[in-house]
Design a binder for this molecule. Structure first.
Ligand code: FES
Ligand code: FES
Length: 169
């Protein structure tokens, strides 16, 4: 099937098998291996990418279904205002160990932050992260990092500077 979409603001034209998963297309065809694959059944959230502004499990979506869409992977966050903020918060709070879950968490957070969803307390953070499994950290440092980043977002111009969208360096 023909696929025309944008991935990380680059135009992509491809011929894809009708049953090719978006996660496999991103990793194997586009070589964007920051998107991780864990369960391949929609449970772990490691494969989360942003499609037209919403977090999507790329293991549950066919590549062909992305036709006409804007897809962003964790690689697109590098150097963006939100990406920098999250990177700093995760580093300061030691919010990752093996890092396998981290790309999916960061894309989930970015989609939420860009839509103005800024969790204000631990319950809200855990609710936001309910679709992302981490086997290493026990979640406490992740929750602290996200609360820190969310507070900074609320009290700063990060969102305005990000343009509320993607691809800004
Ligand atoms: S690999 Fe997609 S949700 Fe686990
Ligand atoms: S840091 Fe290892 S799975 Fe989350």
């Amino acid at each position: 099937m023909k696929l025309h979409c944008s991935v990380n603001d680059a135009s992509v034209d491809a011929e894809v098998p009708s049953r090719l998963l978006l996660s496999d297309f991103i990793r194997h065809e586009l070589k964007l291996t920051g998107t991780h694959v864990g369960c391949e059944m929609g449970a772990c959230g490691a494969c989360t990418v942003i499609v037209d502004g919403s977090p999507v499990r790329s293991c549950l979506m066919l590549a062909a279904q992305a036709d006409g869409s804007s897809v962003r992977t964790v690689e697109s966050l590098a150097g963006t205002p939100i990406g920098r903020l999250l990177q700093q918060a995760f580093s300061e709070h030691h919010a990752l160990q093996c890092g396998y879950c981290t790309p999916g968490i960061l894309t989930t957070l970015t989609a939420a932050f860009e839509s103005g969803k800024l969790p204000a307390d631990e319950h809200a953070v855990r609710d936001l992260l309910s679709g992302n499994i981490c086997r290493c950290t026990g979640y406490v440092p992740i929750v602290e990092a996200i609360l820190d980043a969310s507070r900074q977002m609320q009290s700063s111009t990060v969102l305005a500077n990000s343009g509320g969208t993607h691809g800004q360096k």
